[in-house]
Design a protein around this ligand. Structure first.
Ligand SMILES: *Cc1c(COP(=O)(O)O)cnc(C)c1O
Length: 414
């Protein structure tokens, strides 16, 4: 690899991520090329961001068209892409019921746009304070972002401790344990925040009925149910949302980002029902959030996912990949839904990442023995076959590399 670029990176960029694995120069579909011209199948998609892969014509066209028309206006002004995207997201998360449609138009929910996942969560966290209560309940293993408020809801000690004190009154409960929810949620609780599947924890699914219990318990105590679908939303799990549109879960707050912009930075905090109006003029703001270029990109992403049947594709291909990787004797567990896949391996996951790279595949490790795949939803059957054919060899290499390979690759999280 281009050492001089690595040196320039190290000299000019803060060392928050460790040394970059590669310097990438271009991408097309589910493939990227590095500065040395080597080609890779991208099975990480910029961490579940590049839903349509790289350089998708629909995104390129939407972005260039919007940028050459009107690129930014601030939130003193509105734009049609922003309004349209908010309406579209509301339609997806809370489809109008026939009986309500007539008299309730516009009151299903409201959207606040941001530029990232952590900012979507900051907006939601501020909104929860408007209930008049302060306690937020979050789950062990959670990841909600790196800014101070979102970090306060993130359980990992290594991320939290260097920055304490964090905004207070957060209580952690074991993820997936309905009894723990019944004990923790009280009339003092402002909100319960949960990922429908925990992405950074290694793609962990709660037991069936857990989110329904979360809904019932929060409703009973007048607390908000907040689903962080930053990683799981926008087709990733084979549906628009992993749980947010499920009428049995019916959250009050939904946060989105990653896949929404197809690579453009955009996030959204959606308040449903009464939560839609808890933030009032002066309570929150953003200069860039809802920028028309990012909104145009997101509209192109939503259109393309629907028109090209990418959710059905994600479901079918995801099932096939999970079944196929599981066959290897060094795989202990495979989890996930659609194209969000966690694979537990007996070998060091950082070595699997490095070996995969040598074989021409980009994957990542969420923990010492867990590999995550979150490829573009446009990943081709042939790309997947190529990976599945290489998989046993990748694991062989990772075993052999034992002593020499780098082992810090699972610094991993965004
Ligand atoms: C990635 C992620 C975030 C943070 O998003 P950023 O855009 O990196 O700030 C928040 N929540 C979940 C569930 C995530 O996966």
């Amino acid at each position: 690899m281009t050492t001089s670029l690595q040196d320039r990176y190290a000299a000019a960029l803060m060392n928050t991520f460790g040394p970059p694995q590669l310097v990438l120069s271009r991408g097309k579909g589910a493939r990227v090329w590095d500065e040395d011209g080597r080609e890779y199948v991208d099975l990480l998609g910029g961490i579940a961001v590049n839903a349509l892969g790289h350089a998708h014509p629909a995104v390129v066209e939407a972005v260039t068209g919007q940028l050459s028309t009107l690129g930014h206006v601030s939130n003193f002004f509105a734009t049609v892409p922003q309004i349209t995207l908010a309406e579209r997201l509301l339609d997806l998360v809370a489809p109008p019921r026939v009986e309500e449609a007539a008299h309730q138009a516009g009151s299903r929910g409201k959207v606040f746009f941001t530029n990232s996942g952590t900012e979507a969560n900051e907006a939601a966290l501020k909104l929860t304070r408007r209930t008049g209560r302060t306690q937020v309940i979050a789950a062990e293993g959670s990841f909600h972002g790196r800014t101070m408020g979102a970090l306060a809801l993130t359980s990992k000690a290594a991320y939290r401790q260097p920055f304490e004190p964090l905004p207070g009154h957060v209580t952690f409960v074991p993820y997936g344990d309905p009894e723990a929810l019944r004990e923790a949620v009280t009339d003092e609780t402002a909100a319960l925040v949960l990922e429908p599947l925990q992405g950074e924890a290694g793609v962990v699914e709660p037991p069936v009925g857990y989110l329904e219990t979360a809904r019932a318990v929060t409703r009973e105590h007048g607390a908000l149910l907040w689903l962080d679908e930053v990683q799981t939303g926008i087709g990733r799990t084979g549906a628009w949302f992993a749980a947010a549109a499920d009428p049995d879960v019916a959250p009050d707050l939904v946060t989105l980002a990653k896949g929404l912009g197809g690579g453009l930075p955009i996030g959204a905090c959606i308040g449903l029902g009464q939560a839609a109006d808890l933030l009032q003029p002066g309570h929150h703001g953003t200069t860039f959030g809802g920028n028309p270029v990012a909104c145009a990109a997101a509209l192109a992403v939503l259109d393309t996912i629907a028109e090209d049947g990418l959710m059905e594709h994600a479901t079918g291909l995801g099932d096939r990949v999970r079944a196929a990787v599981a066959v290897d004797r060094r795989v202990t567990t495979v989890r996930g839904r659609g194209l969000l896949i966690g694979v537990d391996v007996t070998v060091d996951a950082a070595r699997v990442v490095a070996a995969a790279r040598r074989h021409g595949f980009i994957v990542n490790a969420t923990g010492p023995h867990t590999v995550r795949l979150a490829p573009p939803l446009v990943l081709g059957d042939d790309d997947a076959d190529q990976f599945l054919a290489a998989w046993p060899g990748i694991l062989d290499d990772a075993e052999d590399a034992g002593d020499s390979a780098a082992s810090a690759d699972h610094l991993g999280a965004p």
